[in-house]
Design a protein around this ligand. Structure first.
Ligand code: LLP
Length: 461
């Protein structure tokens, strides 16, 4: 007996999915805001992306694999750039970075946020203009800072007093005057998972605003006169839907800006409000459009500037997930379907927590659909799991799949462009999947599949 037959269609397993999901057609339907823009189900029932049939992609590249809809990625870049006209839009490379994506980001006129020497290396290797790079991190090493100085990155976001001293010293020696922003911890409790909230007081990032450290950091930089203090930076967290967090952050940072002006007569010209804009992983998520975000953020910045008699600073934002997240789905092949009598049906795929750690790490929710065919079978509530030796190896906690899902079926999980390949591991010595870009009927590998030889090459014992 399968779980759905035992009366567990909704509720019983804690599933709070849409009540309308009742018919086989519902299970085949693609809810548009969950899928890359060019994805559709074709006449024969299988998906296509960028005009290429999923079965052809699976045959050519194998599974698991990440498929990136290049049209979608470019569209989201353009949406942010046009909605935030007059602001600098930094793509947060930590969400997913490779040379092909760097080139897209550059062509679409974005800036780039990197937070390690490795990310900087990818950007430079792809020929990204260093003056359009912002460099983040709470513990940048001396070698990372020197590479950033040598390359001439546009902004370094300083995060600690140790770093200010270190960078000041290094810049003095090299006779350089890098442009910096001060990362401010504004004390906002963002409504998101605690591991990805970054602006409450008790945490490693930034200088506390409430405790006065942020003001001291700015005045230390101004006193020493070596670094060029351009402005303040705030990032409140990630996967945030409620824009009030950004509004509170902007208000508090601008108050600090006014405090610095009053104390030192210096009006900082820039304000970076970070990233963190949420995306839809399931039908339950309802993210704001870039246009809505821009409207609300610009409004609060303008009104707070008026209240504090400040000139409106040049704004920056740093979306990662909202640009690349929805542009990708992961394609798996089903290997086993196991009914645990009356409890749940487990559908095992050929990847898992090594290609998507987010479910295990943040209790994240995802969606899935059978991608290679249309089914007329009844919906069945299932759990999609991976192949790793760990019971927490869950890809999709709860999803309605057709009750006839079977080994050999292709299964697609949307919303995997951000923080999936970039956080992928080799747990159980499973090689990491490739990233394949698809556009206008053509596909190309942009990150190749890792091989067992790649893994063995590191093992030099
Ligand atoms: N700017 C700064 C300073 C950041 O720390 C981050 C993300 C971003 C921008 C981009 O945030 P986004 O727009 O992508 O949400 N691994 C977690 C997310 C960690 C985010 C770290 N910083 C996840 O998978 O949800």
């Amino acid at each position: 007996m399968r779980a759905h037959e035992a009366g567990a269609l909704h509720g019983d397993l804690g599933y709070r999915g849409p009540a309308w999901l009742r018919t086989p057609e519902d299970v085949n339907a693609l809810v548009p805001h969950l899928w890359p823009r060019t994805v559709r189900r074709t006449g024969n029932g299988s998906l296509e992306i960028g005009g290429v049939a999923i079965e052809d992609l699976a045959a050519e590249y194998g599974t698991p694999a990440y498929f990136l809809d290049e049209e979608d990625l470019r569209g989201r870049c353009r949406d942010f750039v046009s909605a935030f006209a007059g602001a600098d839009v930094y793509y947060a490379g930590k969400s997913f970075l490779c040379k092909a994506v760097v080139r897209v980001i550059e062509e679409e006129g974005l800036f780039l946020d990197v937070c390690s020497g490795g990310e900087l290396a990818v950007a430079l290797k792809a020929g990204f203009p260093p003056e359009r790079i912002g460099f983040h991190g709470n513990n940048k090493s001396v070698s990372e800072l020197s590479r950033a100085l040598d390359a001439g990155v546009g902004r370094i976001v300083v995060d600690s007093f140790d770093e200010i001293s270190r960078l000041t010293e290094m810049s003095r020696k090299r006779n350089k005057r890098p442009s910096v922003l001060v990362r401010v911890t504004v004390g906002v409790e963002a409504h998101t998972h605690e591991f990805i909230a970054t602006a409450h007081e008790d945490q490693k990032f930034g200088f506390s605003l409430a405790g006065g450290a942020a003001f001291q950091a700015a005045t230390k930089i101004l006193d020493e006169g070596v670094l060029d203090l351009r402005g303040l930076h705030s990032h409140i967290g990630s996967q945030i839907f409620d824009t009030s967090g950004f509004e509170v952050a902007a208000k508090r940072v601008l108050e600090l800006q006014a405090q610095i002006r009053d104390a030192r007569g210096v009006e900082l010209a820039e304000l970076d409000l970070g990233g963190g804009f949420g995306i839809a992983y399931t039908t339950q998520d309802d993210p704001s459009s870039p246009g809505d975000l821009a409207k609300r953020i610009n409004k609060i910045v303008e009104s707070e500037c008026e209240i504090n008699s400040l000139r409106v600073p040049r704004l920056s934002i740093e979306p990662g997930r909202a640009i690349v997240g929805p542009a990708v789905f992961t394609l798996y092949e089903v290997g086993t379907v196991k009914d645990v009598d009356g409890i749940r049906t487990y559908v095992s795929v050929d990847g898992g927590m090594s290609d998507n750690i987010r479910t295990a790490l943040y209790d994240a929710s995802y969606s899935a659909t059978v991608a290679g065919r249309r089914s007329v079978a009844e919906p069945m509530l299932a759990r999609v799991v991976g192949k790793h030796c760990e019971s927490g190896d869950i890809v999709v906690k709860d999803e309605f799949l057709p009750a006839d899902v079977q080994p050999g079926d292709l299964l697609a999980v949307p919303g995997t462009g951000a923080y999936c390949r970039s956080m992928a591991s080799n747990y159980n010595h499973v090689p990491r999947p490739p990233v394949v870009a698809v556009r206008d009927g053509a596909s190309r590998v942009i990150v190749r599949r890792e091989t067992e030889d790649d893994l063995l090459a590191l093992d030099v014992g």
